[in-house]
Design a protein around this ligand. Sequence first.
Ligand code: SF4
Length: 274
Amino acid sequence: MYPVPTSLSPSRVEAFTTCPMAFRFSSIERLPEPASVHTSKGTLVHRALELLYQHPAAERTLQRAGELFPQAWAEVSASDEYLRMGLDTARADALAAESRTLVDRYFEIEDPTAIEPVGLELMLEAKMGALTLRGIIDRLERAPDGSLVVTDYKTGRAPTASQEQKRLAGVHFYAWLVQQAMGERPSSVRLVYVAERKVIATSPTEQSLSFLPKRTAAVFSAIEKACTTGQFRTSPGPLCNFCAFRQWCPEFGGDPDKAAAEAPIVYAIPSSGA
Ligand code: SF4
C-alpha cells in the first residue's frame, strides 16, 4: 500500500517507535513540517560551530566565532525552512541574538583550540540487510588517548537525571555507524547541551552495540508490515502537543487520508507581511 523505505536515519527509526502514524506522515508520505524558531536556532548554532571548527585550532577563539556568525546567519536566514516562518524583523533579530548567545556560551563548556576534529557534519552510512542506515555526526574527534569520540550539539533543554539514560540510549546508534564505517568503536558519545552548559556522555560497549542490529531489524520489520498493510497505529502521548500532523490524526478526529492533499496548502510560504 505504501513504498517500503530503503534507507532510514537513526532518528527515523526512533520516530516509528514513538508514533507509527506520525512516522507515516513525515517519513512515508513526506509531508512538510512547519519550520520553527527552535529548529532554525539549532541549525544556526550548528553551522556557526561547524564554520569555527573549519579553522585551524589556534584560530578558534570567541572573537573568530563572532566574526563567522554573520556568515552562518546569512546562510540560515536565506533557507526555505527559515523563510517559511515569515518572521518580522524584531523576531528575526531575537532569533539571531539568542543563537549568538548560545555560541558564546559554548565556549564555557569546551575549549575549541584543544580539539582536533576528524570530521564535521560527517555523513555515515551502513548496510543492514536491504536497509541502508544513514546518520550525520556533528563532530568526530580523537581523544588524547587516540580513541574516537562522537560529539552531538543540542540547543534544546537538557534532560533531567532520570531522563538521561533514555536520551543516551539513542546515541549508541551513532557509535554503531562509526564502527561500521571506520572499523573502530568510539570510546565515548557526548551530548553537549549548549544552553544549559551541560554535557552528558556514555561509553559504548561491544554488548551495547551488538544489540542495535537486532532491535533495528525488528523495528524495520514492523515498518515493512505497516507499509504493506497500510496500518500505522497511533500512539498518543505528551508529544501529541507538538505534533505537526495532529489535525489529520484519528486520535483528534482527523482523517489521515486527507493529509497528503491538504498539507501543502496548510504549510504554504506566507506572503510578505504575513
Ligand atoms: S497527534 Fe499524537 S498520536 Fe496522532 S500522529 Fe501525532 S504523535 Fe501520533
